[in-house]
Design a protein around this ligand. Structure first.
Ligand code: GDP
Length: 195
């Protein structure tokens, strides 16, 4: 499903720019620098694909990729950059809320969390937004290669504790490393299994 047939479709800045909701859709969210582009690249086997979303001018857009003719992969802008001016942040939050609550074909949001850092306040804020929009979300831990087993377990426990408060949370955590490829096939299978 995901390898070899993924193409960038468009960057969206307003609800009326969304492509028709005629496919299953999953989206990826996470703090800036969490490793979102690297993960999307690893998932799709296309090195350059999500670099598109990290180029200046595209970072505040909702970027749509087509996967075969059955799915959209949606790259949401990275959040948590203190530097963004308040009006920019507010505009982005409005668009995000509208997108999450208005997209009938959105099956799951993957919320990326750096395995070294665990869930931060800004992540919890997005989780609340996903709860309100009733979008099932699943946490994907990134950069697992950067820490040892004990530290991993500590983060997993912290994430599980945080998730317990969120009705929209899907309980199974996905541990990944775009560097080593760990967990990538598992995540691909999860996406392919959504109906
Ligand atoms: P984004 O801002 O969320 O799109 O993050 P990027 O994908 O650009 O990654 C941010 C930084 O983390 C880059 O320097 C990546 O090389 C690095 N990185 C991303 N994923 C991994 C990973 O799984 N392991 C390691 N060691 N580094 C990673």
């Amino acid at each position: 499903l995901l390898t070899g047939q993924v193409e960038f479709l468009k960057g969206v800045v307003a609800m009326d720019g969304l492509p028709p909701d005629d496919r299953l859709e999953v989206c990826f969210a996470g703090r800036s620098n969490v490793g979102k582009s690297s993960l999307i690249n690893a998932l799709t086997g296309r090195r350059a694909i999500a670099r598109t979303s990290n180029t200046p001018g595209r970072t505040q857009e909702i970027n749509f990729f087509t996967a075969g003719d059955s799915h959209y992969l949606v790259d949401l802008p990275g959040y948590g950059f203190a530097k963004a001016p308040i009006p920019v942040v507010e505009k982005w939050q409005r668009l995000l809320k509208a997108y999450l609550s208005g997209r009938a074909t959105l099956r799951r949001a993957f919320l990326l969390v750096d395995m070294r850092h665990g869930v931060k306040d800004v992540d919890a804020e997005i989780m609340r937004m996903l709860d309100s929009a009733a979008v099932t979300f699943q946490v994907v831990l990134t950069k697992a290669d950067k820490i040892g087993t004990a530290a991993r377990d500590k983060t997993l426990a912290q994430v599980r504790e945080k998730l317990a408060k969120h009705p929209a949370a899907y309980p199974e955590l996905v541990v990944t490393s775009s560097e080593t490829g760990d967990g990538i096939a598992n995540l691909r299978a999860i996406i392919a299994g959504l109906t």
